[in-house]
Design a binder for this molecule. Sequence first.
Ligand SMILES: CC(C)(COP(=O)(O)OP(=O)(O)OC[C@H]1O[C@@H](n2cnc3c(N)ncnc32)[C@H](O)[C@@H]1OP(=O)(O)O)[C@@H](O)C(=O)NCCC(=O)NCCS
Length: 151
Amino acid sequence: MEIIPLTNLTSEELEKLFVLNNLAFPKSVWPKKNFEDYFTQDEFFPLGFVLKIDAEISSFVFGKITPSRKFFNIDSLWISEKQRGKSFGKTLVEKLLKEIKKIESVETVGLRFREANRLEKFYQQLGFSQPKIIGQYKNGENKIGMKLKIK
Ligand SMILES: CC(C)(COP(=O)(O)OP(=O)(O)OC[C@H]1O[C@@H](n2cnc3c(N)ncnc32)[C@H](O)[C@@H]1OP(=O)(O)O)[C@@H](O)C(=O)NCCC(=O)NCCS
């Protein structure tokens, strides 16, 4: 088992990540074009990590700096069902936060999730603050946002 930064993945592996991300989040499927744009704008190449088991991507976290460069959004976090409850979620987010903190301009890290996923406790343990309803998803579910000030 190994944890590898997104920057070390081949284009085939990034493609695999796209497929896995859409399988993981069927309510928020990304069109292929979005994913290609997300991974090809060099200036804002996403940061993230994948957990590989037997050389296959099993779990992942990734996100991107916003154009203002002050904010970093964690866009996706997925731990494969078999690997849950083994601290991999915590480890992947902590590794990503460590990388984000190296970017001088970033002041805040943010993330969003569906209210029904009840991830408040998970993210609070990682230092994120009071959850707030910040909008609704297309199907009407509440969108919860949490933030972590790093500067
Ligand atoms: C949520 C998720 C990332 C957690 O990863 P994980 O590797 O199972 O979690 P960890 O083992 O690192 O757990 C760390 C802590 O968070 C808690 N926790 C884990 N999953 C939780 C959940 N769904 N809700 C609340 N707390 C949770 C654990 O109890 C643990 O606390 P402890 O240290 O006091 O025991 C993983 O279950 C997952 O991918 N779920 C489905 C997809 C999802 O909801 N992704 C997030 C979208 S934003």
